[in-house]
Design a protein around this ligand. Structure first.
Ligand SMILES: [Mg+2]
Length: 300
């Protein structure tokens, strides 16, 4: 179980915490995702027995571009229609599940699933410039990382393997929606998205994994980073980092401001790492961390 949380190692002063981490039933969530490989255990000396966990959205947060947006804008309904549906989610009660299904269906009408995988592989989607160091930082501190995505797991695996290599990618814990091939070969018009929580208005309710982790691991400080409407379901579940990008809709930040949900804006995971490390070192409170859209004005 230790390995399945991905890269959690055994800090000498946090043996008790390790037992808590091991109890996280991550295999419960993995479903049809590929197996997560074991990582050799390495003992670490930690300054504090901090018990932190980091959950994150994938597309547009860990990566610089959203792979679903890329497919929808270029091969499906196009950006104007996609934005219109997202605004209906924010203001007119359309569920993200309904909107996302329509968006992916518009791609599936024109492209096979295999073609989509190849197009995404060739799209040169890049990692946030600070993510790899942040990932290594989390590993070094024994802080678990769980990726929560509304994207389809085969597509995510392709992108992350492209970016950090197969071996590192296989160690990541990714909880996502899946592809529904409907028993076919994924040719145009025969496939779609298979939602993790088909009963949820979000399709994948990201709060479920966070809440179950919190229940199994009381006392943990849990962070979540996201960038869009698919992350609304986690916006009240954890200490929130919101990715800000030039020209993006900033839908999540706008939602948080409207709902008075505290958050910390960031532009790269370098900033997230500074914030998490300051909390880890007990030099920053969560209240001071979450200063809004401009972020870290008080502590950076
Ligand atoms: Mg996103």
């Amino acid at each position: 179980m230790l390995a399945s949380i991905g890269h959690v190692t055994a800090p000498l002063k946090t043996r008790i915490n390790l037992a808590i981490i091991e109890s996280f039933p991550i295999d419960l969530y993995l479903g049809s995702l590929s197996a997560v490989k074991a990582v050799p255990s390495k003992k670490l000396e930690l300054k504090n027995p901090a018990i932190l966990a980091f959950f994150s959205d994938f597309d547009g947060t860990i990566t610089d571009e959203d792979s679903n947006d890329f497919m929808i804008d270029n091969f499906g309904m196009g950006r104007p229609a996609r934005r219109e549906l997202l605004l209906k989610c924010l203001h007119e009660g359309l569920t993200f599940r309904e909107a996302f299904r329509a968006m992916i269906d518009s791609v599936a009408q024109n492209k096979s699933f295999t073609e989509c995988c190849e197009l995404v592989r060739a799209a040169n989607i890049k990692l946030d410039p600070g993510f790899k160091d942040f990932y290594l930082y989390l590993k070094s501190k024994g802080i678990p990382l769980v990726i929560l995505s509304s994207g389809m797991s085969p597509i995510i695996r392709i992108i992350i393997s492209n970016l950090i290599g197969d071996e590192e990618a296989a160690q990541l814990t990714i909880i996502a929606n899946d592809v529904d091939l409907r028993g076919g070969d994924g040719s145009p018009g025969t496939w779609g998205v298979q939602f993790r929580h088909p009963e949820s208005p979000f399709g994948h309710n990201k709060d479920v994994a966070i809440s179950e982790f919190r229940e199994k691991n009381p006392g943990y400080t849990i962070f979540f980073s996201g960038d869009g409407i698919s992350d609304l379901s986690a916006s009240r579940s954890a200490t929130l980092f919101v990715k800000m990008r030039e020209g993006s809709g900033d839908d999540l930040a706008a939602h948080c401001e409207k709902e008075n949900i505290p958050f910390e804006g960031f532009r790269s995971f370098r900033e997230v790492q500074r914030g998490v490390d300051a909390v880890f070192d007990n030099t920053l409170t969560l209240e001071k961390l979450c200063t809004g859209r401009n972020g870290h004005a008080e502590w950076y």
